[in-house]
Design a protein around this ligand. Structure first.
Ligand SMILES: [Zn+2]
Length: 49
């Protein structure tokens, strides 16, 4: 059932990869919520917000 596995795995991997990017207002590196953050630096990973 290799074909069945691929038809499930490929779309799942595609969606997962696409959704990896955090929404606006969150750190683009780690997804930490930066709402209200005024330092311009993510406190979680140190990336520029
Ligand atoms: Zn971060």
């Amino acid at each position: 059932m290799i074909l069945l596995s691929l038809t499930i795995t490929i779309p799942t991997a595609f969606l997962w990869h696409r959704d990896r990017r955090p929404p606006r207002g969150s750190c683009q590196s780690c997804g930490y919520n930066l709402t209200g953050n005024v330092s311009g630096v993510c406190p979680e990973c140190g990336a520029a917000a």
